[in-house]
Write a protein that binds this ligand. Structure first.
Ligand code: PGA
Length: 249
């Protein structure tokens, strides 16, 4: 079922003390009832955040995981490990993972399978670079990312998929896609899912926008008919701006 979601992607920010401070402040907030709030702290602070938020509606999620269930992969984290510390949702295919850690469609489709096998929800990220938009190849690129990473899954598996559209040129740059550009791509993503699966599946999947979402632009972006919320980087690091965004529907 399509939900309104605001997810904070902390990336490699906030040590334990900073995480604790954030959580104490977050727990004082009144959460909007119709919005699912998620935060993605560093792996090292997941369990602490999960325990701290036990009585609170915010969900603690992971930023990444390895595609194998276990084994000789020094420095990596498995789905089972994430679930054992309370994270049942994982962000996959963030553009930083694609760009700096060589995660391509083949790896990401394995990661999606591993998440689904382990009964986790995946927030699957897609997004074009500026050169793709300038060349006019951005729609085709998003279609390819979707089909390589996701379009092998079963109809039922879509219940555990959230999509995040994050144009790379808008991430951390202060430059946001206009609400019209976001809507245009979200509508295209929904249409592409409908063509490969069904209208019902396409209508039920939540599609988040990410890329320089801030308190002053969130409501216009979230007001678009095919935008179901946001994946927030920089502005999720302060409780005040994060909660303002969560209250922007
Ligand atoms: P930003 O990051 O909000 O800092 O642009 C978004 C993201 O990378 O998920």
């Amino acid at each position: 079922m399509r939900k309104k979601i605001v997810a904070g992607n902390w990336k490699m920010n906030n040590d334990l003390a900073e995480t604790e401070l954030f959580l104490e402040e977050l727990k004082k907030q009144v959460f909007p009832e119709n919005v699912v709030i998620m935060i993605a702290p560093a792996f090292t602070n997941l369990n602490h955040a999960f325990n701290s938020l036990r009585q609170h509606p915010a969900e603690v999620i992971a930023q990444n995981m390895h595609q194998s269930n276990e084994g000789a992969f020094t420095g990596e984290i498995s789905a089972k490990m994430l679930k054992s510390v309370g994270a049942n949702t994982v962000i996959l295919g963030h553009s930083e993972r694609r760009a700096y850690f060589n995660e391509d469609g083949a790896i990401l489709s394995e990661k999606v399978n591993t998440a689904l096998e382990n009964e986790m929800t995946a927030i699957f990220c897609v997004g074009e670079e500026l050169k793709d938009r300038k060349n006019g190849t951005h729609f085709q690129l998003i279609k390819t990312q979707l089909s390589e990473g996701l379009f092998h899954i079963s109809n039922d598996a879509w219940e555990n998929i959230i999509i995040a559209y994050e144009p790379v040129w808008a991430i951390g740059t202060g430059e946001t896609a206009s609400p019209e550009q976001a809507q245009e791509m979200h509508k295209f993503i929904r249409k592409t899912i409908a063509e490969n699966y069904s209208n019902k599946i396409a209508e039920n999947v939540s599609i988040l926008y990410g890329g320089s979402v801030k308190p002053d632009n969130a409501s216009e972006i979230f007001g678009q008919p095919d935008v179901d919320g946001g994946l927030i980087g920089g502005a999720s690091l302060q409780v005040e701006s994060f909660m303002k965004i969560a209250n922007s529907f």
